[in-house]
Design a protein around this ligand. Structure first.
Ligand code: NAP
Length: 394
């Protein structure tokens, strides 16, 4: 005979919030096909360590939902700077607050990127997906900082061939590598052998641009923040190891010898394309080294400083300042986004692309909120780690 607890939950067709769920109850619900979920969530914007909670709820069995429903279990979900900005409420796109998670106050789940495994498929979704497939969110603001999700097939992109790929590679493919592809291809038609310049050369986007540029025959000057002692040599070695042609520091670029330095690297050529993730003085220093008519594409503002440009760079040097936002591009061109993702995954399989070094934040069923938030804080405050939640037994 079914227990009273299980019967009560079985009668409800939608997600159920279960606070302080006992292990016994979890076992009952799982036995009846109700997946137990833990999600980092927030009900108001603010600093992650102030507003994030670990919300526990249950999702209905596929049989009790619509025909296109799909259940997924996350394998890995990155912690990107934009995710934290969304929690803070300072990012232009924001995950929606919803009551669908069964909470008394509407909640939003952060996380734009991640890879999940399909665990159940409704009859109408079977043409597209099967149990065991790996999927990534089709659009941003999916809410990937959770152990499981109940969604629909149209919100997922299937990884057609997951062989030879790791969850980490697939989890991090959508944002940084796609941004690097579009910025290298959409603003200036670089010729083989031509130089481009970028700041934050060691960032996720920067590392992707180095490797893609190399694969397409472009040469890169990579600016990184100065480091003391052998840290700088290590950084230079690391970036040269993935294909950087030159690695210089922000201090060198800001010095009076910068012009000579750039010319000694390129043999006199000046870059027509600059990729900018920093803002403020760092970007101005880069702009001064550009070729006439060149383009600086801004995609980030890590220094949080505004960009002040002398009129002479616009009038006499005819520099162009462009911006790029992957979310807008991806929403506008979903087919191109899929093609771009597939092409990077192919490079991974062929050993031509390397994922960035990451700090793994383990997430098992018993992981406490404090550990997860500490992981987010570490990534955000240090700015030196690329963080990824890696899901174990959930
Ligand atoms: N527009 C888009 O579509 C798009 C797409 C992807 C990313 N982004 C944005 O691009 C930026 C970088 O993302 P990511 O994932 O590549 O970052 P990441 O891997 O976390 O790297 C951050 C980089 O920024 C540098 N940095 C941090 N704080 C800085 C400061 N105050 N001054 C100068 N440099 C600083 C770091 O240098 P150190 O190693 O020296 O700390 C590192 O090179 C973020 O703002 C992100 O939101 C935008």
């Amino acid at each position: 005979m079914k227990s009273q607890t299980a019967l009560r939950y079985l009668r409800r067709p939608k997600a159920i919030t279960i606070t302080q769920l006992q292990h016994k109850q979890v076992r009952y619900l799982r036995a009846f096909g109700y997946e137990q979920v833990k999600a980092l969530a927030f009900s108001e914007h603010g600093e992650p360590n102030k507003v994030l909670t670990l919300h526990q709820h249950s999702i209905s069995p596929i049989a009790a939902t619509s025909g296109s429903a799909v259940s997924i279990r996350f394998l890995a979900s990155p912690i990107n700077p934009a995710d934290v900005n969304q929690i803070q409420g300072t990012y232009p796109s924001k995950p929606a607050f919803t009551s669908d998670l069964g909470s008394s106050t509407p909640l939003a789940i952060p996380g734009n990127e991640g890879v999940a495994e399909v665990t159940a498929v409704g009859p109408d979704a079977k043409r597209k997906l099967a149990i065991g497939n790996w999927v990534i969110p089709q659009a941003t603001s999916f809410g990937t900082w959770r152990t499981h999700a109940l969604t629909t097939a149209d919100r997922l992109l299937k990884i057609e061939d997951q062989s030879g790929l790791t969850p980490l590679q697939v989890a991090t493919v959508t944002v940084n590598p796609c941004t690097a592809v579009r910025m290298l291809k959409s603003f200036v038609s670089l010729k083989e052998g031509e130089w481009f310049i970028q700041n934050a050369g060691n960032s996720g986007v920067g590392r992707a641009a180095i490797q893609l540029g190399k694969a397409w025959g472009y040469r890169s000057i990579n600016i990184v923040r100065h480091r003391e002692g052998d840290e700088m040599d290590k950084m230079r070695e690391e970036l040269v190891g993935i294909g950087a042609d030159a690695v210089i520091t922000d201090q060198q670029l800001g010095s009076k010898d910068a012009k000579d330095l750039i010319e000694s690297i390129t043999g006199g050529e000046r870059p027509r394309l600059g990729l900018n993730s920093i803002g403020g003085q760092a970007t101005l220093d880069m702009a001064k080294q550009m070729e006439k008519g060149g383009h600086i594409v801004t995609y980030g503002a890590m220094s949080r400083k505004p960009l002040t440009i002398p009129a002479s760079l616009l009038i006499f040097k005819d520099l162009h300042f462009d911006g790029f936002w992957l979310s807008a591009w991806g929403d506008r061109f979903p087919d191109q986004k899929k093609e771009t993702i597939d092409s990077i995954l192919k490079m991974y399989r062929e050993g031509k692309f390397k994922e960035p070094p990451v700090e793994e934040v383990k997430w098992d069923w018993n992981t406490k909120l404090e550990s997860l938030v500490a992981g987010v804080d570490k990534v955000w405050e240090s700015n030196r780690y690329k963080g990824v939640f890696v899901f174990g037994k959930t």
